[in-house]
Ligand binder design. Structure first.
Ligand SMILES: Cc1cc2ncn([C@H]3O[C@H](COP(=O)(O)O)[C@@H](O)[C@H]3O)c2cc1C
Ligand SMILES: O=C(O)c1cccnc1
Length: 336
């Protein structure tokens, strides 16, 4: 497998050639699940999660020991439109905070036992203001996809992609509006804390941008309306699939990146679960479009991969029960 993709066509080809879960491992995991010392179905969604994980890892009795959290950062020209409650300098300042260990996601990754990697993408070169021009050229999109593709540790057994980029909830809203239609106002939310007037202005910027570019494919939407960190998340999610590494999706921005892959190839997110539903207004609707039920609903509205990092603990617990519990025969417990 190559470590970088030479063209957007090669990226599309990688999506089309993506591996499937291993049906034998999945069936064997289902059989094992049926023998564990609990009433059938008593561990609820933990059982489905463990079987899903076993299928992707190709191991009926897997372990989950090496989760990776990758945080991509990028700057957005669309901040010139006054669409965030915070200034663009915060992106670079938060990257320094991630590197110093001071952000929420540092703590959440540590609690989950995950290695954390930070990839800052051309912070001194924001994307173009997508309300007036495409955010990126094809070469810039490819470079960002490759940054994500290359950031995934092939030895990891789980991936979380997070992001930092002031303005990126506007990018995510524009992507969702372009991919799924509806009213721009239904996709635009408060982000870092806009007031209702600010949200109305943001929706107007989103509507204008989508009408201007009217992208026809997921990758074209990503190029015109995305950001470097958004595209890098898409590249990382696609690489994880090629490596059969399961992914926990984070909030609104991560899911907008993922949606661009689903628009290219409907099964592109079969190796992904939704870690949480964020309080950003449109995240629930976006998850419904993706057909993903969130594991957690805790009112988080942070990004950074925070909700997904928190959900690693749930998946670890599911896999520990599945692989570590005794069967009825082993424990000498009567089945019925
Ligand atoms: C201190 C701080 C830390 C953050 N960590 C994540 N975000 C989140 O907020 C940003 C998106 O919101 P908007 O589109 O309104 O700018 C992203 O960087 C996202 O990761 C943060 C935002 C701030 C201010
Ligand atoms: O859902 C998210 O990921 C989110 C929401 C608000 C601000 N930043 C991120």
């Amino acid at each position: 497998m190559t470590d970088s993709l030479p063209s957007l066509d090669a990226f599309r080809a990688a999506l089309a050639a993506a591996p499937l879960a291993d049906p034998q491992a999945r069936d064997a995991a289902m059989a094992r699940n049926g023998m564990l010392t609990k009433p059938p179905g008593a561990l609820g969604r933990l059982e489905d999660l463990a079987i899903w994980y076993a299928g992707w890892r190709g191991d009926a009795r897997p372990r989950l020991e090496a989760p990776q959290v990758v945080i991509f950062a990028g700057n957005h020209g669309v901040t010139a439109q006054g669409i965030s409650a915070f200034p663009a300098e915060v992106t670079a300042q938060m990257v320094a905070n991630f590197e110093a260990g001071g952000a929420a996601v540092n703590q959440l990754s540590q609690v989950a036992g995950a290695q954390m990697k930070i990839v800052a993408l051309d912070l001194d070169r924001p994307t173009a203001d997508f309300s007036t021009a495409p955010a990126m050229t094809e070469a810039e999109l490819l470079a960002a996809l490759n940054a994500g593709w290359q950031a995934v540790d092939p030895q990891a057994d789980l991936l979380v992609t997070g992001e930092m980029g002031i303005g990126n909830t506007t990018s995510a809203a524009a992507l969702a509006h372009a991919l799924y239609g509806g009213a721009a106002a239904n996709w635009a939310g408060r982000g870092t804390g806009l007031d209702p007037e600010g949200v109305a202005h943001k929706a107007e910027v989103v509507a204008r941008a989508v009408a201007l570019h009217a992208p026809k494919t997921g990758l074209e939407a990503l190029r015109c309306l995305g950001g470097r960190e958004v595209a890098a998340m898409a590249g990382a999610i696609a690489r994880a699939r090629a490596l059969r590494i399961p992914v926990i999706l984070d909030g609104f921005i991560c899911c907008a990146a993922a949606a661009c892959l689903a628009a290219e190839a409907p099964e592109a997110l079969d190796h992904c679960v939704a870690g949480h539903v964020s309080a950003e207004g449109a995240h629930r609707a976006l998850l419904e479009k993706l057909g993903k039920a969130p594991l957690l609903d805790l009112g988080l509205r942070l990004g950074e991969g925070s909700g997904a990092a928190l959900a690693i603990n749930i998946l670890k617990a599911a896999v520990a029960c599945h692989s570590g519990m005794a069967t009825f025969a082993e424990a000498g417990v009567s089945e019925d």
